[in-house]
Design a protein around this ligand. Structure first.
Ligand code: ADP
Ligand code: MG
Length: 253
């Protein structure tokens, strides 16, 4: 059965999308069957995996609202073995459109259930909020991965995220686990990055991955080419960081 991992942090710009794209792509390259689900209306995972949004026929929006079967919305990517459930702007309206729907927190869980046997890993790239879409991701997931940017204010809002995870565990998904905490955008030249990393390790102990993702411009360039880092610049430090992370994720599984 595939492992469903939600990549969540209500802060924007912490590396959720970059992590989903590169981790998913690396695992697929290692022969795993991987699905990336984009549940952010901005659709950055969709674009970053080389899928132009105006070519998307059925998206997660149609799937969530029950207007298309999930299989019809899946698309293949440049990376063999990596499939994508794309998101488009109309997903932004879904939270409101679903307000009166019964069991609206469990829609994603229901939709992906029949796919679990077809993939080794299913990653869900969350939007930067703790709204209904993120709740759907947490309710659908086996575990949650939290990227934390090694910057000032990085830990702000973390208590709120952990509180939300706890609520989801109590009310919707008792089996939800903390997959791991990932230090991202680490700049080894600054003391601040080292201090944040130390603080995060103190708090989350062995739940923090040994792999640390460096701050590097190559990682921010890759999505504009629609490529994961291991294709765009396989020898870069960013590629190495995500390769090490993928190995830890495989070991953990
Ligand atoms: P989120 O999905 O949490 O909003 P993103 O993955 O989109 O975050 O990252 C935010 C921005 O930072 C993007 O422009 C991305 O390309 C860039 N970025 C992400 N990770 C790194 C990194 N390790 N080094 C440099 N830039 C990065
Ligand atoms: Mg994102």
């Amino acid at each position: 059965m595939g492992r469903v991992i939600a990549v969540a942090n209500q802060k924007g710009g912490v590396g959720k999308t970059t992590t989903v794209i590169n981790l998913a792509a690396y695992l697929a390259d290692q022969g795993k069957r991987v699905l990336a689900i984009d549940i952010d209306p901005q659709g950055n995972t969709t674009t970053g995996l080389g899928i132009a949004k105006d070519t998307v026929d059925e998206s997660l929006y149609d799937v969530l609202l029950g207007e298309a079967p999930i299989r019809d919305a899946l698309v293949t990517t440049e990376v063999v073995g990596l499939h994508l459930l794309p998101a488009t702007m109309d997903l932004a309206g879904a939270e409101i459109e679903l307000t009166n729907r019964a069991q609206r927190e469990l829609l994603l869980r229901e939709r992906i259930e029949p796919l679990r046997g077809r993939y080794d890993y299913i990653f869900i790239d969350c939007p930067p909020s703790l709204g209904l879409l993120t709740i759907n991701a947490l309710a659908a997931a086996d575990s949650v991965m939290i990227p934390i940017q090694c910057e000032f204010f990085a830990l702000e809002g973390l208590a709120q995220l952990l509180n939300t995870i706890q609520l989801v565990q109590q009310r919707l998904n008792p089996a939800l686990e903390l997959e791991g905490v990932l230090l991202t955008m680490y700049d080894g030249r600054t003391n601040l990055a080292a201090e944040v990393a130390q603080e995060v390790r103190q708090h989350f102990q062995q739940k923090v991955y040994q792999a640390v993702i460096p701050r590097t411009v190559r990682l921010s360039e890759a999505p504009s080419h629609g490529l994961p880092i291991f294709r765009y610049d396989p020898k870069s430090r960013g590629a190495e960081g995500y390769r090490l992370l993928a190995e830890e994720v495989i070991q953990h599984g």
